[in-house]
Write a protein that binds this ligand. Structure first.
Ligand SMILES: [Ca+2]
Ligand SMILES: [Ca+2]
Length: 368
């Protein structure tokens, strides 16, 4: 909970939560004499619970009430270590599908299940395939889409992020208009899966989507539809901010897929977080140090292992993958000193030269 206090000067400020005094942090608001007063409970408040907060300053207390928005707890073990983020893969893996006819299903096809069905191939896709091997697009910046920027469409900028509000211009939706679609059909009947590993701290994460029509956000890699749903709303409606929250049990890279769909009329999508003073920050904004970083792929650590041992023309050939040093032993007693690096640090494949000993053992030592 928080407040902005003007003209505090050298005065003190405090906060009260549900009748108990708490100690807020007080920081300067940039380019202002105002102060930002914030208090974050040590454990997240229960979803949908009601509270009374108070701001104490200048000899008085001003109270307000609030309700905690829904939040979902993400299971332990979901995240990958942050150091597996590929610094050369900032951005999103995006699959867009578009059809010549409306999605079948409830709410005129404007629901998450129908969008998943469309992503899986029904109704048939006519969107222009992206340059990736699987027909997807890689978007290396932010998600700030507007159907009005699709070639052939017109109209004003939309949402929180647009030049008149000091932000970037809206982007078109990749792959649109689909083959054979002209006029307004070029922006209709669309579904998209926007995937990234999001580098998140532990604790309470407040995100938001401004969209038209509806969307679902869930844990999962591309095409993985059974992960924990962080937020979903089935709607056929215009651009609107809808915040949602979830709790991460540990810091790390969380695989998140945002499934968005658009039926008819306008369509737009903005994906953002709420900063400490509720400032909206687009996910993966490279110009904002407070932005959540998105990565469309991780660094895969090559496993160190033997792949084959073969005998040919009196020689033994040992092969392996990964980065390691081949070690040898003539006898195994359980002692580390049994092992020594093979002379010359050979690379795979290695040809064993028959020697004086009747047996030889080999192993691989990681070079990390
Ligand atoms: Ca926008
Ligand atoms: Ca729409």
């Amino acid at each position: 909970m928080g407040a902005i206090v003007a003209d505090l000067g050298s005065g003190t400020v405090g906060m009260v939560l549900d009748g108990v005094s708490v100690t807020p942090t007080v920081t300067d608001v940039p380019n202002s004499t105002d102060k930002l007063v914030l208090y974050t409970p040590p454990t997240p408040l229960t979803p949908i619970s009601n509270h009374i907060a108070g701001l104490v300053y200048a000899g008085t207390t001003n109270y307000w009430i609030f309700t905690v928005i829904t939040n979902v707890s993400v299971a332990s073990g979901t995240a990958l270590p942050s150091n597996q983020a590929d610094p050369n893969a900032r951005g999103f893996h995006v699959k867009v599908v578009q059809s010549a006819t409306a999605r079948p299903g409830a709410n005129g096809g404007n629901n998450a299940a129908s969008a998943e069905a469309q992503l899986a191939g029904t109704p048939a896709n006519v969107a222009i395939a992206g340059p990736e091997a699987d027909g997807s697009y890689i978007l290396t910046n932010i998600i700030n889409w507007s159907s009005r920027r699709v070639p052939g469409q017109t109209g004003a900028e939309i949402g929180n992020f647009q030049p008149s509000m000091g932000g970037p211009a809206d982007d078109p939706i990749p792959g649109l208009p689909g083959t054979g679609l002209t006029g307004t059909t070029g922006r209709d009947n669309v579904a998209a899966e926007i995937f990234a590993y999001l580098d998140l701290p532990a604790g309470y994460q407040k995100f938001g989507v401004n969209g038209d029509d509806g969307w679902k956000v869930q844990i999962g890699t591309p095409g993985q539809t059974n992960g924990t749903v962080l937020f979903t709303i089935d709607r056929g409606a215009g651009a609107q901010d809808i915040p949602f929250a979830f709790i991460t049990p540990a810091a790390g890279l969380y695989p998140v897929r945002l499934v968005w769909y658009q039926g008819g009329g306008d369509g737009n999508l903005e994906f953002f977080t709420y900063g400490p003073n509720n400032t909206k920050i687009t996910v993966n904004d490279r110009n904002n140090p407070n932005a959540v970083k998105a990565y469309y792929q991780i660094i895969t650590v090559s496993s160190l292992q033997f792949t084959s041992v073969t005998v040919s023309a009196g020689s033994v050939l040992v092969s392996w993958t990964g980065n390691g040093v081949l070690q040898e032993a003539s006898n195994l007693t359980g002692n580390q000193t049994d092992w020594s690096d093979v002379q010359g640090n050979p690379s795979s494949p290695f040809t064993v030269t028959p020697g004086a000993t009747a047996q030889k053992f080999y192993r691989l030592r990681p070079t990390q």
